[in-house]
Design a protein around this ligand. Structure first.
Ligand code: ATP
Length: 232
């Protein structure tokens, strides 16, 4: 993982802040035993149900997630009929295009977030981090984010979007604000979600709805936190 991120950094896909964020993630991953816990798996299942039930879902991709698992993210988007948007915390046209190129190489056909004419604004954020694609995140009802900034997650939730996040830190604002919080490493979470989606795509809507109804995000995060405490 570190090598992939360093390589991504050299190619101009990952920013230095992304390397620091990865270090924060590793800390929590060590305490969780660097494995998918049963609670993370339950959240991954609920997340897939939500993606499959949504009218319009989208996967938001940044430098770290592209460097770590671009191909798997494209596969997940195909399995769940979700869109893909390149949406960077540290905005740069060159980096956005470089990430889109990687995603296309891995099989993505449509990538949002590239056309500046389609810029739309998330209310409540003053920096240039407020921009999303009018035809991507802005019009979607379910947004899948990973390694995301708390301000933006909170704003998306306020806009009435359902947010699924992957974040190894259950205490981050992103983790706390999300509707479904996956406390797992993205490199394990996405392959798990691909397998889960292959099973769930055959199930009917009422089964998927029931899974979501049975899932309690706060309780689930609390259990992850207890495992981290045990890890300490
Ligand atoms: P917030 O703004 O949500 O309170 P933050 O300031 O830590 O949190 P970011 O730096 O944008 O926000 O988020 C990075 C988050 O991603 C961190 O919580 C980190 O633990 C997590 N993270 C880093 N690498 C991974 C990874 N490979 N898989 C899952 N989560 C990761």
């Amino acid at each position: 993982m570190r090598e992939k991120l360093v390589e991504g950094f050299r190619k101009g896909i990952v920013v230095p802040q992304g390397l620091i964020a990865h270090g924060r993630g590793e800390t929590f991953d060590y305490l969780l035993g660097e494995r998918t816990t049963r609670y993370a798996y339950d959240a991954e299942k609920a997340a897939v149900c939500l993606l499959l039930l949504s009218n319009e879902s989208i996967i938001s991709i940044n430098g770290n997630t592209a460097a770590l698992c671009a191909r798997d993210l494209v596969i997940l988007s195909n399995h769940t009929k979700s869109g893909i948007e390149v949406n960077l915390f540290h905005k740069s046209t060159a980096r956005t295009n470089a990430i889109a190129k990687i995603l296309r190489k891995e099989g993505a056909t449509e990538v949002s977030g590239l056309n500046t004419k389609l810029k739309s604004v998330i209310k409540g954020i003053s920096s240039n981090r407020r921009y999303v694609d009018k035809n991507g995140i802005m019009k979607s009802d379910t947004i899948f984010v990973a390694l995301e900034d708390g301000d933006r997650t909170e704003s998306l939730v306020k806009m009435g979007k359902q947010v699924i996040s992957v974040d190894l830190n259950p205490l981050s604002r992103t983790a706390m604000a999300s509707d479904v919080t996956i406390v797992d490493n993205i490199v394990r979470a996405i392959p798990n979600m691909i397998k889960i989606s292959e099973q769930l795509v055959k199930r009917d809507k009422s089964y998927l709805l029931q899974q979501i109804k049975n899932f309690d995000n706060k309780e689930n995060m609390h259990k992850s936190l207890l495992l981290i405490r045990r890890g300490i």
